[in-house]
Unconditional design. Structure first.
Length: 154
């Protein structure tokens, strides 16, 4: 990936780059993934794992709830915030300057929290939820893309 693919510093009317579009697509994928997991937890449904994991072991564990809310709802909220920040970058010079830093902060926290949850899955529960793995990968890719965008905006 060349520096020309990364969003240049400039006015908000500048056209979004491939990295910005990639970030938006990843955030929407993450939102759909976390939204599905939130629905599963709230509705009491079973997550469809297709034989690739142990979704119910993870979904029914004590680690699937934090402060009375499903963990997935926090992920959905984080992805929604990322989508909003990305879209706000197109609206004004202030958001164009501050948006990459905001996205970086959310994705850094999300990546660290995803690493913790992955550790819980592997070492404590001895079960893997494919949807959780997808979310962890998406959040990590968003963090990497946010670093590229932040570097280009400085």
């Amino acid at each position: 990936m060349s520096m020309s693919d990364v969003e240049p510093a400039g006015p908000p009317e500048s056209r979004p780059t491939r990295v910005w579009w990639l970030s938006l697509v990843l955030a929407v994928v993450g939102l759909l993934d976390a939204g599905y997991l939130t629905y599963v937890k709230v509705s009491g449904s079973y997550a469809y794992c297709g034989g690739f994991g142990e979704c119910e072991v993870v979904n029914q564990s004590r680690f699937a709830v934090l402060w009375g809310l499903p963990i997935a709802i926090y992920g959905a909220a984080a992805y929604l915030v990322i989508v909003i920040l990305l879209l706000l970058e197109l609206r004004s010079s202030r958001w164009h300057e501050m948006g990459p830093l905001g996205v970086f902060g959310v994705t850094l926290f999300g990546t660290l929290f995803s690493a913790y949850l992955t550790y819980i899955e592997i070492e404590v529960l001895h079960a893997i939820c494919p949807y959780c793995v997808v979310s962890a990968i998406v959040m990590t890719l968003l963090w990497v893309s946010s670093m590229l965008r932040l570097r280009a905006s400085l």
